[in-house]
Ligand binder design. Structure first.
Ligand code: MLT
Length: 410
């Protein structure tokens, strides 16, 4: 008799964005003529930059010729891409990495979800709350948590981020082993300064904890004193894994390419107290379960690092950040409390009149035909909050704000 992994049964409802899609489909079935504007999931709307398209085309042609055709590539990714990442994203910030410390993957969602496999089941996990739901859900699936009771999982340390603490997490009171940080934060848009991030690195060094640092939105950092990588903090290579993505800076949400940095100096312990390099474990995991990102896609990602590619992704980020400004100003002008949107493509707002998040989701959809994301989907501290994305196109973003201003009954 085959038994199921009952940890899955602890998860309430569906995955957040699947639940939203279901509700929107129901609404569409009821009102087929409604012109829905989607500012829910953080999916990009502008096409891939021309430099990337050129890179992809050239790679397709190579695959058509026996002399340049490629079969299986290295599971860890091609050196041509990793070298560009080191030279462009890290070296100019004073960070030296070896080629075998970077692993190319098909997305940060997969990596932040899979990474927990290389850690023991008895580790105590801390997550900031609210946050991207994949961190918690994948630990639930693995059996690293207890049951879901009153909106929270047992045996998980939630670090509440709210307006009172300006959405900045405080260090946990108890000892934790794995800490998920997402900076700039999804959903609140909060960043951490060097000195704020140093507090976490120091905590991890003192407690032999590992920080799982999701920097998928680093390209959106506008303020000059905000670190783009956790490795800008002294000692971070001993305690942190960093996740980066081409999804949000270069429009790869459908194309799929990302990378994860696992420094060779980063150790965790065996039961018998021996230090073991996590780089070796992740390499073992990837070589066993993953066959690498397609050559064509990696050539597209490489093109992001050409001078033209760099200029084009800057323009993409600027475009979405202009949307963020339009949303922020529009919401403020009708008296809503708005956060984020300065160093991140997300706008985090307080639902008006103490409404709960799903209630506001329904109200916004019914009165304005706009889809957003309810704050509770990101954790219990998201209750009463709501997220809008700046990844729409300009026309829809402007139309959405116009509708909110004129049709939303406050
Ligand atoms: C989000 O909307 O939070 C993100 O787009 C989800 C993701 O990147 O997987």
């Amino acid at each position: 008799m085959a038994l199921i992994n009952e940890n899955y049964l602890k998860l309430p409802g569906s995955y957040l964005f699947a639940e939203i899609a279901k509700r929107v489909n129901n609404f569409k079935a009821q009102f087929p003529d409604a012109n829905i504007i989607r500012l829910g999931i953080g999916d990009v709307t502008k096409p891939l930059p021309p430099a990337v398209i050129d890179g992809l085309h050239q790679a397709v042609d190579e695959m058509a010729d026996e002399k340049t055709f490629r079969g299986y590539g290295p599971e860890q990714g091609y050196a041509f891409l990793i070298e560009k990442i080191i030279a462009t994203d890290y070296r100019p910030r004073g960070i030296e990495l070896d080629i075998d410390e970077i692993f190319i993957s098909d997305g940060s969602k997969s990596d932040v979800g899979n990474i927990q496999e290389i850690f023991g089941i008895n580790n105590t996990v801390a997550i900031t709350d609210p946050v991207y739901p994949v961190y918690l859900d994948t630990n639930v699936m693995a059996g690293r948590t207890g049951q879901y009771v009153n909106g929270k999982f047992e045996n998980v340390v939630y670090l509440p981020c709210n307006a009172e603490n300006m959405f900045r997490p405080k260090l946990p009171k108890q000892k934790v082993d794995l800490i998920y940080l997402c900076v700039p934060n999804n959903p609140t848009g909060t960043t951490l300064s060097k000195s704020e991030l140093k507090v976490w690195v120091d905590y991890a060094r003192e407690n032999r904890a590992v920080i799982l640092y999701d920097a998928a939105y680093e390209a959106y950092i506008q303020e000059s004193d905000i670190p783009h990588s956790i490795y800008e903090i002294e000692g971070a290579k001993e305690v942190a894994i960093e996740f980066r993505s081409f999804s949000k800076n270069a429009g790869f949400t459908g194309t799929r390419c990302a990378f994860t940095v696992v420094p060779k100096s980063l150790m965790a312990m065996t039961q018998t107290g021996d230090a073991y390099p996590l780089n070796k474990l992740w390499n073992r995991r990837q070589t066993t379960k993953f066959n690498g990102v397609p050559y064509i896609i990696q050539k597209g990602a490489e093109a992001v690092y050409s001078p033209t590619g760099q200029q084009q992704i800057k323009e993409l980020v600027a475009y979405y950040m202009t949307n963020a400004g339009i949303i922020t100003e529009g919401l403020k002008s009708i008296g809503l409390q708005v956060y984020g949107g300065t160093n991140a493509p997300y706008i985090w707002l307080k639902a008006p009149n103490n409404m709960d998040s799903w209630e506001f989701f329904d109200k916004l959809l019914n009165e304005t035909h706009i889809v957003g994301t309810p704050g509770t989907g990101f954790g219990p501290s998201g209750a009463g909050y709501f997220r809008l994305t700046a990844f729409g196109n300009r026309e829809n973003t402007e139309a959405a704000i116009q509708r909110i201003k004129t049709q939303l009954k406050l």
